[in-house]
Design a protein around this ligand. Structure first.
Ligand code: NAP
Length: 243
């Protein structure tokens, strides 16, 4: 049975990705940080789907906690086939108002975490000459978002990292791709009022805000055998927003 690690799987897109993999026969390492109750709820849903789940509390911005999480995953399930680097935070505001702490928190939670998670699973995947890494970026990493400069920088960094790591791991039969979501209905969008959300929907070619399922299906595809000749790519899943 294959195993997936999904970071930030207590809520939103990550919870949906974890359930999608469980439905498709994977053991799931369900990482969370602060939302323990929600993570337990998601883990129960996954178990009810007949999959095995390992709840793994770890702050992915802390390399030591990431190392411990990957080690435990391998000890429990024997192998890690797929890493989905999904955990992330958003702090909006003008760059001139951002504090050093906010900048560092964004960079370490959104970017450094993905690099360290990938390093830890890559050591294991290279030994097995097989693996899939899917990094969750954002449309703002592609086009840049005003009021989201540091967030955009972290998400653009993920894209550069994805392409470079794909080149480094290709001969080890490991694919590395990114998904760049547009506006997706989760807690992260709570900062937008109804009017702003309507405006985004109107600006979107498909006329609606996305659902976590829209991203989960794309991530599952990139991890599947059907995507075995796809690497170093950025798949925009944004309903045609900003094209
Ligand atoms: P969300 O609903 O706010 O959920 C964020 C998840 O990340 C939670 O499970 C949270 O866990 C986890 N997380 C945050 N900091 C963490 C840390 N230090 N260590 C471990 N886990 C941590 O956000 P979302 O919308 O699902 O976003 C998921 C990903 O999609 C993010 O990378 C985000 O940037 C990206 N994205 C979202 C949108 C959108 O419109 N929603 C658009 C583009 C890209 P706890 O609650 O347990 O701490």
């Amino acid at each position: 049975m294959k195993t997936v690690i999904v970071t930030g799987a207590s809520r939103g897109i990550g919870a949906c990705i974890a359930k999608e993999f469980a439905k498709n026969g994977y053991n799931v390492v369900l990482n969370y940080f602060k939302s323990e109750e929600k993570a337990i709820e998601v883990s129960k849903e996954i178990e009810s789907l007949g999959a095995r789940v390992l709840l793994s509390k770890a702050d992915v911005s802390d390399p030591a906690q990431v190392q411990a999480m990957v080690e435990e995953a391998i000890n429990v399930f024997g192998n890690v086939d797929v890493l989905v680097n999904n955990a992330g935070i958003s702090i909006s505001g003008l760059l001139i108002d951002m504090t050093n702490e906010q900048i560092q928190n964004l960079v370490s939670t959104n970017l450094v975490s993905q690099i360290v998670c990938a390093r830890e699973v890559a050591k294991h995947m290279i030994g097995r000459q097989s693996g899939r890494i899917v990094n969750v970026s954002s449309i703002w990493g592609v086009v840049g978002g005003s009021n989201e400069t540091v967030y955009s920088a972290t998400k653009a960094g993920i894209i550069g990292f994805t392409k470079a790591l794909a080149k480094e791991l290709g001969l080890s039969n490991i694919t590395v791709n990114a998904v760049a979501p547009g506006a997706i209905e989760t807690d992260m969008m709570k900062c937008y009022d109804a009017e702003t959300k309507n405006q985004i929907a109107e600006e979107t070619t498909l006329g609606r805000i996305g659902k976590p399922e829209d991203i989960a299906k794309a991530v599952l595809f990139l991890a599947s055998d059907d995507a075995s000749y796809i690497t170093g790519q950025v798949l925009r899943v944004d309903g045609g927003w900003n094209i």
